[in-house]
Design a protein around this ligand. Structure first.
Ligand SMILES: C[S@@+](CC[C@H](N)C(=O)[O-])C[C@H]1O[C@@H](n2cnc3c(N)ncnc32)[C@H](O)[C@@H]1O
Length: 495
């Protein structure tokens, strides 16, 4: 992250039409977090911190790249983040001529997400929810299939000698999008051109449904940590007229970052990344959240699971795959007829807008939708009622449901190589103060000398992977205990 130059970035931002609250907000490095925003004075709640006109958002709609390609070429790029990545490559290629030059030249060039780990390091993620979601091979296929043909066909836009559109540049831009983009309705941009074109014919209602990833300069300078957010990004409809810019709103649409609480001088200004579990934090951003776990959560764990290390991410989750649940419902050798019957039920479930991945969290309650899904597969009565009334199955836990949960969780646990003890050994090999984690004004307690905080990258990656595994195993063990307790309760009642 050493490429960031705050003076250059802020100068570019203002010149390009953005506004920020110079009285209250500064940018400075935070240990283990790269740069972030800091309160220069005590900030009252609701204070606008900066705002970004829509035209300053870097997106396939705001860049001119689409006009340099044929409509067919542009259409063919309509795949995942292909358009945005190519736009970022081309705008980087243009250097100072690009409207986003001061933004792109100040973006990080190095990432610590598992996508960038070597094969050995990635093995530490075996069994976790990240294991199958890194997607390196799929991403590279996307580069070869969709981007490379356009890049090769347009040497005037993408000169062959340039470093800006190689495979490694593709990974760089992809990592930037993964960790810094915002999702907005595409109608925001299509309506923009609608107003300009004064032609409504080619805008359908469906446009409102589409969400696209875009890069919002400055908004992506804020770090985040579990339940520490004190600022939020608002669209203009959500901001009172005249609040932004400290005065009259501009003619153009814009996004505004506002303080959602009063913020003390020198405190870090945090946005929210929606408190994802550590597996998602690591996959997307390359870090994990560790906090001292509150006593009510610690009480749910055994002494062995806490292991003298009472930290974790209270927002942790493990996903149980519907396919695995189906296999656990299967009793012995089922035939083709059974498969077909189950497929019907699962199709119905999905048509009802339900997910087929079920989150378990650090709680003794089992997710209602997992129970309902199991009941749908287990009981013909539930299926007939569901189909007839168009209602989801009930969410009552009984012995058979608990039995399926036990089998599914045991099967999920068997995917890891080691046990909780081995994870704790890796984690405890690093002093807690050497693992980046947020305090209010700096990332690490300031009385630790800088040299002592230096941790080698491999050791930190190993530790992050172990923290993800530990968080998941704690949750799975807890779910196992809850389901077994249900079975025991029933047995006792029967006795
Ligand atoms: C949206 S950017 C925030 C700005 C970034 N720190 C920078 O210097 O450009 C997200 C990245 O910031 C870092 N980050 C954010 N919150 C963090 C946290 N709680 N702990 C460690 N790193 C964090 C991670 O590297 C993440 O990928």
């Amino acid at each position: 992250m050493a490429t960031f130059n705050p003076t250059e970035f802020l100068g570019w931002f203002k010149k390009a039409g953005g506004w920020y609250n110079e009285k209250y907000l500064g940018l400075k490095p935070f240990d283990g977090m790269g740069y972030g925003a800091v309160a220069l004075e005590s900030i009252p709640e609701d204070t606008p911190l900066f705002h970004i006109p829509d035209s300053l958002i870097l997106s396939p709609f705001t860049s001119d790249l689409s006009q340099k390609l044929t409509p067919e070429e542009w259409e063919r790029l309509d795949h995942g983040w292909c358009k945005l990545i190519l736009v970022m490559m081309w705008e980087s290629e243009r250097g100072p001529e690009s409207k986003w030059s001061g933004y792109l030249s100040n973006m990080p060039r190095e990432f610590d997400t598992p996508m960038m780990w070597d094969e050995d390091e990635r093995k530490d993620l075996k069994g976790t929810d990240i294991e199958d979601r890194i997607g390196k091979e799929e991403a590279e296929k996307e580069y070869t299939e969709y981007l490379l043909p356009v890049i090769k066909a347009h040497p005037e836009l993408f000169p062959s000698s340039s470093p800006h559109h190689t495979l490694s540049s593709f990974h760089l831009q992809g990592s930037r999008i993964l960790s810094r983009s915002f999702t907005v309705p595409s109608s925001r941009f299509t309506n923009l051109s609608k107003d300009q074109d004064d032609d409504e014919s080619h805008f359908s209602d469906d446009d409102d449904e589409d969400q696209i990833a875009v890069m919002i300069p400055f908004a992506d300078m804020l770090n985040a940590a579990f339940e520490r957010d004190n600022a939020n990004l608002y669209t203009d409809e959500e901001v009172a007229p005249g609040a932004a810019n400290g005065g009259a709103p501009g003619d153009e649409k814009e996004f505004t970052m506002k303080a959602t609480k009063s913020i003390e001088k020198d405190e870090q200004i945090y946005n929210t990344y929606a408190s994802p579990p550590n597996s998602e934090l690591l996959r997307k951003y390359g870090h994990v959240d560790i906090l001292p776990l509150p006593s009510d959560l610690l009480e749910l764990l055994t002494e062995e699971e806490v292991g003298g290390w009472g930290y974790g991410n209270p927002g942790d989750e493990v996903l149980i795959d519907g396919e695995m649940v189906l296999q656990c419902v299967r009793k012995g050798e089922d035939d083709e007829k059974w498969e077909k019957a189950m497929k019907k039920r699962i199709d119905w479930w999905l048509d009802e807008g339900q997910e087929d991945m079920f989150p378990l969290s650090l709680s003794s309650e089992i997710d209602d939708s997992l129970i309902a899904f199991i009941r749908l597969l287990l009981y013909d009565q539930e299926w007939l009622r569901a189909k007839k009334k168009g209602k989801l199955p009930t969410t009552a836990m009984d012995n058979d449901v608990a039995g399926v949960i036990v089998r599914a969780v045991e099967s999920r646990l068997s995917r890891y190589d080691g046990d909780i003890q081995s994870d704790l050994d890796v984690i405890r090999s690093l002093p807690i103060d050497h693992i980046p984690r947020p305090t209010s004004s700096t990332a690490l307690p300031s009385d630790i000398p800088d040299e002592a905080k230096q941790v080698n990258t491999t050791a930190l990656r190993k530790c992050y992977a172990a923290i993800v595994r530990l968080g998941e195993k704690r949750i799975l063990n807890l779910a196992l205990r809850s389901a077994r307790a249900q079975i025991n309760r029933k047995r006792k009642a029967e006795d």
